[in-house]
Structure formats: C-alpha cells, structure tokens
Design a protein around this ligand. Structure first.
Ligand code: ADP
Length: 459
C-alpha cells in the first residue's frame, strides 16, 4: 500500500490491505486515509507517518494493537507493520509505503497458551507442589519458588545442591528411580530430605522424561510434594494399633490371673481375700472400659458425632464420685479434694467425668507414687473452675504447645509410662464443645496444674 502527500491519500492498496481495513477500493483510493477511516485516528498512526515523512527514517512495529470497526463491530487486532519513505527522482519524499501483516490469530493463540500456563502455575502453587525441570544433557536444573522453599534452597541452586539435601540413607532410592525413569519414561518415589536445621521432611516426587527426535532422553520435568503430615499420621496409626493391643492385653491378663486365684480362694472359703481380688479385677475391667470409651469418643469426634447429653448436677458430687468410683485405696490416699461451694452446672456428666479422670490419671501417672495430687473446685465470675495439681515430672518447654494434639506424647514422660496421647486431646475437645476452656501451668521436674473452666448455666 502506498500513501501520497501529507494528507496520506491512498494511492495503491492491495486486496489484503482493504480486507484488513474492512473497506473497498472506491471508499479509500485517492482519498485521505484518516478522513475515510476515522476509527484509525487517535491511535498514534498519524504521528508515526508524519515522523517518517519528515525524517525519512523507516519505522517498524511488532504486534502493534489496532482498534478497527468491522461491520459495525469494534475489534482489537494485532499487526506487524513497517512504514518506509517513498522518494521521487530527485530524492524528495512524496509518499509512504506501508506493509502490514495481521498476526491477530497467532497473538491470540499465544495469549491463550500463556493464560493456560498461568492457570496451571497458579493451581500448582496453591496446591503446594514444587516443580523442577532438569536438562539431562547439561545437568542444569530449573526449580519453582515452592520447590526452593521445600528444599530450603537459594534461587538458582544447582542439581548438586538439590542432591545434597537428600537424606544419605535415601539417596539410593532416588538413584534407582531415575535410572528406571530413563528406561520407562517416568519416576515416582518417596524419600526423606534433611534440612539445614537437622529436621527431616518426607517428599513425594513424580517426574516424566522428555525425548528428542532420536529418542534420546533430554529433559526430566517433575513435581515434589511435602507428604510429612501424611507419613506422620500413618505412623501414629501403626503405633496406635500396637499400643492399643498391648494396653488391652495387659488388664485382660491380670483379670485372667485374678480369676484363677479366685477359683482357688473360693474353694478354700477365704472370703476376705476373695473380695479384695474381685475389687482389683474390677479396677482392671474399669481400665479397659475407660480405654474403650476414649477410643469410641475419638472416633465419634472424628466423624462429628460426639453429641452431648446435658443434665443439671453439682460439680463437687461428680468429682467425689469420680475419685471414689475410679480409684483404688492406694491411689485414693494420694488424692486430696479441696472443694468450695459450687453451683449446679448443666453439662454432659459422663463426658465431664472422663475429662476429670483423664487429667487425674495423668497427674498420678506422671508423678512419684508417694506424691500427693490436689483437686480443687471453685467459681470465678460466670464459670466453675476445676484444678488438678501434681508435683511430678512437669511438661518441658518444647511440648507445652503440643500436648493437646492428637497422639502427642512428650519425650520426658512417654518412654516410661503407657498411654496413647489422646486423653488430653479428647478432654480439650469435650470442654470446647461445652463452651469452656482447658489450660495448664507447668515447670519441668516440679509439677503441673491443669485447669478446666465451664460456664455456669442459668438452666
Ligand atoms: P497419654 O496417654 O500419653 O497420657 P494424654 O493426652 O493424656 O496422653 O497426655 C499427652 C501427653 O502430655 C503425655 O504423654 C505427657 O507427655 C503429657 N502430660 C499430660 N499430663 C501430664 C502431667 N500431669 N505431667 C506431665 N506430663 C503430662
């Protein structure tokens, strides 16, 4: 297409150009362009043409945006175009030759791919998955931000930096997986990585190998996901089954032995010792019943089915009853109950009894057999407060914000005593369901005091 003179009369325009403008020869030929196609005004073309006209310097643009109106519809198009000065015999500029190529389809297709890539990137980032891309020829690695976070790496880390993060005992798993990947095209494995602070994380990798035309592996693209919480839950479950079988087996063995003894004692007519053995046996049965109650509450809680069956009662009665009902004489002697006048409360009696029993059991379990345990009840503003104090091992700083977590057991106590790490979790959930609060004060090697507060109801 050629423009003539400074009012940019259209001297020549080929069919493609006319189609681009959405016009016909008789509308534009020999007529000033911007008069005939006013929608092109104000988009910077006049200034560009003027510049070329005045300076004689060519101009070209890549993927320039042009707003055109076609069949009355406004459209955004993309063009690669160039303006070159056209000179007469004497070298004077008399017009401009314009060449334009419509690249709208290509640009829109690229935008779509970019948008899809952006959506995929956002999805990957929000799912916490790190990604990596290894050039198998140069051994260079490109990692995503999340991947660097997972591995605690600086941006631009090398493949060697990544390899060094692998737990030494698990490196062979990765080596074997990659070797296999070169054969069958993909790698899927789970290993531990060792972070700078010495902590260990479990990472699940999935990678796919890309090949060139000669079927040589050239790239390995993959994802890395932190599965540490899942691995921990699996561990807890495995531990749980082992401990549960053990904890249920121990009282059963005792009951079996008591029964055999009873058989002999009854035969001999020794009533007093027999009664004593029956009481001991009862306590073992109670232990198993408590355990099963805790398991049932746990599974009801997990499935949101822990319902409260509330009634009115005196909290002091419940505490006395729990002590009398649950505890053998030797333990009862360690328990001191200092009650103050408490109002009637409206809560689930059985479940609150489990809470008191869980905390009392811990107080006895985590202190020496001769140390006393003090229980108090009282009122503070609109709440009833129960406190249970021991002079036992206490809770270390590290464990303080963890002991209400499901399955958590502190190192300083767990090794030496039996338990599941669910008693305090259940207790805190039961108190929370009642709109109350549970907390504690503790100093290692000096003891702990656990508190529960429950709102006084007006029912
Ligand atoms: P467990 O069955 O292990 O006793 P809990 O949920 O009742 O489970 O308690 C969680 C952990 O909190 C215990 O393993 C123990 O480490 C710590 N703990 C609870 N009560 C006490 C206490 N009175 N003194 C010291 N440590 C305690």
């Amino acid at each position: 297409m050629r423009f003539k003179d400074q009012d940019y009369r259209v001297e020549i325009a080929n069919d493609s150009m006319l189609e681009l403008w959405g016009t016909t020869k008789d509308v534009v030929i020999n007529k000033p362009l911007f008069n005939q196609l006013p929608e092109l005004k104000g988009q910077g073309f006049e200034q560009l043409l003027e510049q070329v006209y005045k300076t004689g310097e060519s101009f070209s643009a890549h993927e320039a945006i042009v707003e055109v109106s076609r069949k009355g519809k406004q459209q955004t198009l993309y063009f690669n175009f160039s303006y070159d000065p056209f000179r007469d015999n004497k070298g004077n500029i008399t017009g401009i030759i314009a060449v334009a190529i419509d690249v709208t389809k290509e640009v829109e297709a690229r935008h779509k791919i970019e948008e899809a890539e952006e959506r995929a990137r956002l999805a990957i980032e929000s799912s916490n998955i790190g990604t990596y891309d290894i050039d198998l020829v140069t051994n260079n690695i490109i990692t995503s931000k999340r991947f660097d976070e997972l591995f605690q790496l600086q941006q631009g880390a090398t493949r060697q930096d990544v390899v060094e993060r692998y737990h030494p005992e698990d490196r062979h798993i990765r080596d074997a997986a990659y070797e296999e990947a070169l054969e069958n095209g993909n790698a899927s494995f789970q290993v531990r990585i060792l972070l700078k602070d010495g902590s260990v994380r479990w990472i699940k990798f999935h990678g796919n190998v890309l090949y060139d035309k000669k079927s040589t592996p050239v790239r390995l693209i993959g994802t890395a996901l932190d599965v540490t919480p899942l691995v921990q839950i699996q561990r807890h479950k495995d531990d749980f089954i082992t401990i549960a079988s053990h904890e249920l087996k121990t009282p059963l063995t005792s009951i079996k032995a008591y029964n055999q003894l009873l058989f002999l004692l009854v035969k001999d007519g020794d009533q007093i010792t027999s009664l004593n053995i029956i009481k001991k046996s009862e306590r073992q049965i109670q232990k198993m019943t408590d355990l099963i109650h805790n398991f049932l509450d746990l599974s009801r809680l997990e499935s949101d089915q822990l319902n409260l069956d509330k009634e009115n009662f005196d909290i002091n009665d419940l505490i006395s009853e729990t002590i009398n009902y649950y505890y053998l004489p030797e333990n009862k002697e360690r328990l001191r109950f200092k009650k103050s006048e408490a109002p009637i409360i409206h809560v689930d009696r059985k479940k609150l009894s489990h809470v008191i029993d869980n905390i009392l059991n811990n107080a006895l379990k985590y202190s020496d057999p001769e140390d006393p345990v003090l229980i108090t009840s009282g009122i503070d503003k609109q709440s009833v407060i129960i406190s249970i104090q021991d002079r036992g091992k206490g809770i270390n700083e590290f464990s303080k914000n963890k002991i209400f977590e499901r399955f958590y057991r502190a190192d300083n106590t767990a090794g030496s005593t039996s338990g599941f790490g669910i008693g305090l979790y259940l207790s805190s959930e039961i108190i929370r369901l009642h709109g109350g609060r549970i907390w504690f004060d503790s100093t290692e090697d000096q003891g702990s005091t656990f508190y529960c507060s429950l709102p006084i109801s007006d029912k």
